[in-house]
Design a protein around this ligand. Structure first.
Ligand code: 5GP
Length: 203
């Protein structure tokens, strides 16, 4: 049985990664999302269990101690982590899973699942990134300044990723991600069972 691919998608805040991941999930039925746990308070419109599982710091630390998280990291003063069970279950069922996580998390996932695919989403320019953050209007000036500083820091991880996709036009960025997934599924290393069968039949 083939197992699914972990597609790790990271981007500086404001690069449009959440919109991109939602659009990708709509276009690819074999793909599943992952609902992270976080100690960050919910933003308006966010729903517990749909956008994140919102936890107190104590409950989050308990999850770490129970080994319930594949990876976790502190981002912008809050803890974020990927639950292990839904991820492994979806992979076992043959679904691909997209993880929308920060670069620290991405590198942790790569260590545990070396065959995962890491994609960095970058904005067309710093000016556009700043504008997107401002227009989102979800953060005060101080938080926004912190997110911009963090964005510059996150860009330094770019070279650890397998692919870099610019999020200028949403449909083109989604096409790029779909192309990456398709190509990754055709890697001979991932097809070894199917290819052995094919080789046997030729003998
Ligand atoms: P936000 O607070 O804007 O939803 O997310 C802030 C950052 O945390 C983003 O870079 C997002 O990708 C990252 N993030 C969300 N969930 C996780 C997670 O489970 N693990 C890690 N390492 N980062 C996460």
């Amino acid at each position: 049985m083939t197992t699914g691919i972990i597609l790790v998608v990271s981007a500086p805040s404001g690069a449009g990664k959440s919109t991109l991941c939602h659009a990708l999930l709509e276009r690819r039925p074999n793909l599943r999302g992952s609902i992270s746990c976080t100690t960050r308070p919910p933003r308006s419109g966010e729903v517990n269990g749909r956008d994140y599982v919102f936890l107190s710091e104590t409950d989050f630390l308990r999850k770490i101690n129970e080994g319930a998280l594949v990876e976790w990291a502190r981002v912008h003063d809050h803890l974020y982590g990927t639950p292990k069970d839904p991820l492994t279950e979806n992979l076992r069922k043959g679904f691909d899973v997209v993880l929308n996580i920060d670069p620290q998390g991405a590198l942790s996932v790569r260590k545990i699942f070396p065959e995962s695919v890491l994609v960095f989403i970058y904005p067309p320019s710093w000016g556009i990134l700043e504008n997107r953050l401002r227009h989102r209007g979800q953060d005060d000036e101080k938080t926004m300044a912190k997110r911009l500083t963090n964005a510059r820091k996150e860009m330094t991880y770019l070279r650890h990723y397998d692919y870099a996709v610019v999020n200028d036009r949403l449909d083109e960025a989604v096409d790029d991600l779909l192309a990456i997934l398709r190509a990754e599924h055709r890697r001979t290393g991932r097809l070894s069972n199917e290819l052995s069968e094919l080789e046997k039949k030729q003998k």
